[in-house]
Design a protein around this ligand. Sequence first.
Ligand code: SAH
Length: 402
Amino acid sequence: MSSSADVAGQVFLKPKRAQPFFGRHPWVFAGAVDRLEGVPDDGAVVDLRSHVGNFVARGLFNAQSKIRVRLYSWDEAVPLDRDFFKTRLQRAIDLRHSVLKLNPAADAAYRVVFSEADVLSGLIVDRYGDWATVQFNSVGMAARQQMIGELLTELLGVKGVYRRTEKGIPKLEGFTLLDGSVCGEPPPAELVVSESGLKFAVNLTEGQKTGYYLDQRDNRAAVAKFCAGKRVLDAFSYSGGFGVYAAAAGATEVECVDASEAAIMLGMRNAELNGLTQLAFVKNDVFNHLDELVKAGRKFDVLVLDPPKFARDQHSLPQALRGYRRLVQQGLKLLDRDGILVKCCCTGLISMQDLEDLIAQTAIDEKRDFQLLTRRGAAADHPVSVTCREGAYLKCIIGRAG
Ligand code: SAH
């Protein structure tokens, strides 16, 4: 009887195309593939071979995706079976628990598995106290969801594992998947987690992303240091992450702006959970709101711009850059002399260098000096694999505008 770990096919690369995969890049695009031997189902195990037939790596096949094979092991002796995935998950968990020490509290929230960065391409796992949320972003991982749910329950001791789907992914990968329980109990409508001694309400079934923006944890703490006694604007605030940190650090006034009603409600709940009264929440489009604030002559000391991803492909990049430039331009107008600008960007196609250039140009146009204080990325539970740096999507620049 064949098992899901058996090698179901051999994928041969075109001549001279093997180097990136010997170099452990995990995505084999269709254009690099010369031929296929065998008839693997989507999600089945295949071996990747050079044009002359040398073993390169072992991965999971998908005829529907531009990423024809995702690679997981470079050792021919290792089957991609339950033990393999258990070991990989354990290694990811060890990083968060033993190295980063992210789980001291029962209500801790952190990313447990970050896809390519944990050599588990297509799998994202976040932990929120007694629950885990899972995103299956490849057909190979989706096909193994029961096994992964069971392993996570065993290794993390959670009460339940809940599946979230990211918009657009099922189409790219050619499968349908709905949000729902993978195993154990479904999560409660509101779960309260702690971060840096603060409390945040998270809705795992309805909230954005998997419920909360865990990637900004360290950036929120870094920004809080500048906020005591200051007037703070948190633009694109979602559940009020930056604003709550700022208020707790002693900001005199904090205005949080988001276009989503649900986000505003969550932000208000978080202010209440932390007993903070100096926060105001405004439901508005940030572009309009910044224009209104500029027109009204308002000034702030600290300004956070944390917009969603503006571009998914090269085609939409110029418009995305115009959007970012507009935000920085209006932001600089709102910042008092020597105010702190926090500019975040989660568009993977825009590099740190691009972002610095954009800020530099805008500061020149606005006749402001700008000192780069720190250049930051995502928190360390969102590591970046050196062989797949596409994972370094989040940039956060903190600077002072003279
Ligand atoms: N800073 C947040 C995360 C922000 S995510 C944190 O630390 O948790 C981006 C947010 O921008 C989302 O909440 C989304 O609702 C909001 N958003 C997207 N487009 C917007 C727009 N044009 N105006 C206002 N908010 C917008």
